[in-house]
Design a protein around this ligand. Structure first.
Ligand code: Q46
Ligand code: ZN
Length: 314
């Protein structure tokens, strides 16, 4: 098979575009997609300071690399969530990339800096690990962006992620979520930073090809808590549909964004936002969910410390 642009030997075939590319021309295609997404969706401009959320996985590493290559003012942020070896190995990956590319990186460790240990907390307060993780990540990305003067937070969500989220929301008719699903989440409060997804039209496979063609290291395994997530099942279903009818995922998402979403606009409630009485971050309650988590963790620790140690000889 020959490359569609230059006629050289092709290294990747994109069924949904019925196009094959050599590695150089694939990168031209990839860069054009990212540039078009940023421009069309008015995500950010050359003067904006962009905080890129990185996990060490292929998607966020691809995003970090392409935004640096495109000359944007980019700083990456990694949160060590204390999820065993997975967190340690992914931190090593992002730190190595930062050193090799002389790219600024902010690292936060939730246990060391905030006394939060997600697996312990999930057991103690009987809440799912992913729900705790989501609360902590959303809070810290916004807080760091705000404190450090960033204009926008960019994440590596890809076409597969966005189509799976859309399918999940459609299956349970989550009208409020459908109204808000977008590659750009504008700021709705002076203390909420705009969030964008520049890779929303690129698939997991295309991001994988991008990192492999560029020799970028990434952590191959998924977070152990992703196993069994419904999003994985939705991705499998969508992959089957894509196999039978190439382009399904993209049509599903882009047609929803163009035509479907407006039907849910009326379902989008504007919550009453205020500032957390403890930390000052934006919340809908008196105390934000992050500060409530910290309070719960403190209480649980104090209780555990005050209980007499069991005599192991009894
Ligand atoms: S939410 Fe859950 Fe992910 Fe957090 S605990 Fe892992 S799988 S990392 S996107
Ligand atoms: Zn707070």
């Amino acid at each position: 098979m020959r490359c569609r642009r230059c006629g050289d030997k092709a290294e990747i075939y994109l069924k949904r575009h019925n196009a094959a590319f050599c590695s150089d021309c694939f990168q031209v295609y990839y860069s054009e997609q990212v540039r078009r997404n940023i421009r069309r969706e008015k995500m950010f401009g050359p003067k904006d300071r962009v905080l890129v959320v990185v996990s060490g996985g292929k998607d966020s590493m691809a995003l970090w690399h392409i935004l640096l290559k495109e000359g944007y003012d980019v700083t990456a942020m990694y949160i060590n969530l204390g999820i065993g070896d997975y967190s340690e190995r992914s931190q090593e990956v992002v730190e190595r990339f930062s050193e090799e590319h002389e790219a600024p990186l902010i690292v936060k460790n939730i246990e060391k800096e905030y006394g939060l240990n997600i697996p312990w907390l999930a057991r103690e307060i009987r809440r799912s690990t992913c729900s705790l993780c989501g609360t902590i990540k959303r809070y810290l990305f916004n807080k760091v962006a705000l404190d450090e003067g960033f204009d926008v937070v960019a994440t590596g969500h890809n076409l597969d992620d966005e189509a799976a989220t859309l399918l999940g929301n459609v299956l349970s008719w989550q009208e409020g979520y459908l109204a808000r699903q977008s590659p750009v989440l504008p700021s709705t409060h002076p203390k909420l930073v705009k969030k964008v997804k520049p890779l929303f039209t690129l698939t997991e496979r295309e991001n994988l090809a991008y990192v492999l063609f560029n020799g970028i290291s990434f952590i191959h395994e998924e977070c152990p808590h992703a196993l069994g997530a419904s999003s994985i099942l939705y991705k499998e279903v969508l992959n089957k549909l894509e196999e039978a009818s190439p382009g399904t995922k993209q049509r599903f998402l882009t047609n929803f964004l163009k035509k479907g979403r407006k039907n849910f606009e009326a379902c989008s409630e504007t919550p009453d936002l205020r500032e957390c009485s403890i930390c000052g971050q934006v919340t809908t309650a008196e105390v934000c969910s992050f500060c409530r988590l910290r309070q719960m963790a403190e209480k649980k620790k104090m209780k555990a410390d005050s209980q007499p140690q069991k005599d192991e000889n009894l």
